[in-house]
Write a protein that binds this ligand. Structure first.
Ligand SMILES: Nc1nc2c(ncn2[C@@H]2O[C@H](COP(=O)(O)OP(=O)(O)OP(=O)(O)O)[C@@H](O)[C@H]2O)c(=O)[nH]1
Length: 408
């Protein structure tokens, strides 16, 4: 990570002059071409016969029994004309994916080859005990047979630990890229799972009162983590709840994650794959549309994890470095710059769109303590505001904005 920047350098994890975005799977793009964007150049198309485009991967997560396997089976049997490689987790939930990332037989250093089964609808599938890097590397040897990977995690997995592997990893990151995180939610049981963090005996109102009057607030549950990192939340099993119950679930999910897209389903039957399961593009562009839900303001139904949007005026070129310093301090040191270091918080997801006076726009993406900042030529008017959206524990405090303005 680049921490030592001179004044005229652009603070970014990618050095100036290198390609900062690779959009390998733009749907309307001719095969064999990838769009590259140089910080000083207009986006261009270049031939890539020798270096095929990266394959997108989406992580499918969700609490026990939410409908992950049902979704993947639906994708593997329906006729949708897509060549998707699905990695199903056979036994799920007793093992944490983090422990599986260098999976192999204990007595050998080589990963065992995993057989992928070709299916009638053009997909290929493997079912593995341990979903990890070994499974993906093995799959990449069959490159060309598929153009998308879906990875099911265990019901207890924390997607914030997995996502950075595919997003910025040097090895795997050269052949695949993280397209997004999809979280299945069981409409009937999700509120119970979320309320576990508030303790068995307490009702949520009491816990909210406590959260407002104590430093720590309710406990974080796996269900919170899976929703807070999601780019799409599919609220499944709608046949088991009333309209009112479903509305309450939608409101609760939205109060946790103000950035996510939400879709309701029965038997995980998504109305379309694009935009809900595939081609989420959650880690490349940051558009105003991406931030639209977060901008609407949010209810504080769930006090464990909240979304907050910090708006501030367009910044000058000289302030870009300070903005980067703010991000480094909150993400790497878990502190707010300035006299705010007594605050406790935990950031899970971050997105920002920051117009600069010289006409460029900074696009910021973060998962946990990893972030990426790029510049685009995207035009903006002088009246545009900068927006930084934070999802996490304790982020809904005025001090976040005060500290940012102080740092700028
Ligand atoms: N009533 C109802 N049942 C559903 C729905 N979707 C899935 N199920 C059932 O719920 C059970 C769990 O679904 P799975 O797809 O196995 O859930 P999962 O998230 O993969 O579960 P784990 O692997 O245990 O984490 C299965 O028996 C499904 O048939 C739905 O929309 N409504």
């Amino acid at each position: 990570m680049d921490t030592d920047l001179s004044d005229d350098e652009i603070p970014s994890l990618v050095q100036p002059g290198t390609n900062v975005k690779v959009a390998a799977t733009e749907p309307d793009q001719a095969p064999g071409l990838v769009a590259t964007t140089d910080q000083d150049e207009v986006p261009d198309l270049v031939e890539t016969e020798e270096t095929p485009g990266k394959v997108p991967i989406s992580i499918v997560t969700g609490y026990l029994g939410a409908g992950k396997t049902t979704l993947l089976n639906y994708i593997l049997t329906e006729q949708h004309g897509k060549k998707i490689a699905v990695i199903l987790n056979e036994f799920g939930d007793s093992i944490d994916i983090e422990k599986q990332l260098t999976v192999s037989d204990e007595n050998t250093t080589e990963a065992k080859p995993i057989p992928f089964v070709p299916l009638a609808n053009g997909c290929i599938c493997c079912s593995v005990k341990d979903v990890g890097i070994a499974a993906i590397e093995n799959l990449m040897e069959q490159r060309g047979k598929f153009d998308y990977i879906l990875l099911e995690t265990t019901g207890l997995a924390d997607p914030g630990n997995i996502a950075p592997l595919f997003w910025l990893d040097d090895g795997l990151g050269s052949t695949i890229f993280l397209d997004g995180i999809l979280t299945l939610v069981d409409a009937k049981n999700i509120l119970k799972s979320l309320n576990e963090g508030y303790g068995d005996e307490k009702c949520i109102e009491e816990a909210q009162h406590d959260a407002n009057h104590s430093e720590h607030g309710p406990l974080l549950t796996t269900a919170h983590l899976q929703i807070s990192h999601a780019d799409v939340v599919i609220i499944n099993k709608t046949d088991l709840v009333s309209k009112e119950e479903l509305d309450t679930v939608i409101e609760r999910v939205r109060s946790i994650n103000g950035l996510t897209r939400i879709q309701t389903t029965t038997k995980s039957k998504v109305p379309q794959l694009e935009g809900l399961v595939l081609d989420l593009h959650a880690y490349d562009e940051v558009t105003d549309a991406d931030l639209k839900f977060a901008n609407k303001g949010h209810s504080h139904i769930d006090t464990t994890i909240t979304t907050t949007t910090i708006t501030f005026p367009t910044i000058s070129r000289a302030q870009v470095d300070n903005f980067d310093k703010y991000l480094r301090t909150i993400l790497w040191e878990d502190q707010l710059p300035g006299d705010f270091d007594h605050l406790e918080f935990e950031i899970h997801r971050l997105k920002g769109r920051i117009p600069v006076h010289d006409g460029k726009t900074l696009l910021v993406q973060g998962v946990r303590n990893i972030y990426d900042m790029n510049e685009t030529q995207a035009s903006h008017s002088s009246s545009d505001e900068a927006k930084l959206v934070l999802i996490g524990k304790g982020v809904d405090q005025p001090a976040f904005r005060e500290s940012l303005l102080h740092t700028l």
